[in-house]
Design a protein around this ligand. Structure first.
Ligand code: ADP
Ligand code: AMP
Length: 217
């Protein structure tokens, strides 16, 4: 049976950072909805053009487009064993749709690590985040700097600051999270799969708590 893990938490909580570190260990493909949208934006595909305005404003891309994109992605070969979902679902409608599609494939959401971090800390994290052009590896200028400034340790590509990591857009993204995504905490708690993780701890400690929650630690 395939295994699906959903990483929940506000923008800047550390979902991408942790996914990079644990996806191999779990044997699951790391599927980041934000990375897929950014790739489409870069290549100016139809989906990218439709998503652009929402992303620039720090708002959510409509559910129908997002659900279709993820459904398509989860059917590729690298997701045969399941997936580590980062940034999806972000609304109750997306969570319902995910449950339905996984049931069709004899799967379900097995565990939802919820990485909690207070809003003030999120702003500091996102405004100091540097992202790798080639594959989206993430760094922080103070909390997790690359060895060589401006260069990705993993693949040597250039690091850049995302357009939506400027303060005004970060504030909008956090309020969108509180309004539209935070109800998923209760949703997954009721399903008995939520594991709350203190995301204010140093990165390595968060990783070991995550692996414990996923019973791999
Ligand atoms: P998300 O994917 O949830 O939006 P990221 O993984 O991109 O968040 O992390 C946001 C920023 O915070 C990055 O710059 C990252 O290096 C930094 N970061 C992640 N986890 C921690 C942590 N536990 N402590 C301090 N900084 C962190
Ligand atoms: P992220 O990389 O997760 O911070 O996502 C960047 C942007 O992509 C978000 O601000 C949204 O505009 C869009 N996005 C990513 N995932 C979703 C989703 N599940 N639903 C709607 N929009 C999304």
């Amino acid at each position: 049976m395939p295994s699906y893990v959903v990483l929940l938490g506000p923008p800047g909580a550390g979902k991408g950072t942790q996914a990079e570190r644990i996806s191999d260990e779990l044997g699951l493909a790391h599927i980041s909805s934000g990375d897929i949208f950014r790739e489409n934006l870069k290549n100016q595909t139809e989906l990218g053009k439709k998503a652009q305005g929402y992303m620039n404003r720090g708002e959510l891309v409509p559910d129908d487009l997002t659900i279709e994109m993820i459904k398509d992605r989860l059917q590729r070969d690298d997701c045969k064993a399941g997936a580590l979902l980062d940034g999806f679902p972000r609304t109750p409608a997306q969570a319902e749709a995910l449950g339905k599609m996984l049931a069709e494939w004899n799967g379900k959401v097995d565990c939802v690590p919820y990485i909690s971090v207070p809003a003030e800390e999120l702003i500091t994290r996102l405004c100091g985040r540097w992202t790798c052009r080639a594959q989206g590896h993430v760094y922080h200028e103070k909390f997790n700097p690359s060895k060589k400034p401006g260069v990705c340790d993993v693949d040597g590509s250039e690091l850049y600051q995302r357009d939506d990591d400027k303060k005004e857009t970060v504030e909008r993204r956090i309020s969108v999270y509180l309004e539209q995504t935070s109800p998923l905490i209760e949703y997954y708690k009721k399903l008995g799969v939520l594991a709350e993780i203190d995301g204010t701890l140093p990165i390595d400690q968060v990783t070991s708590l995550m692996l414990k929650a996923l019973k791999k630690g």
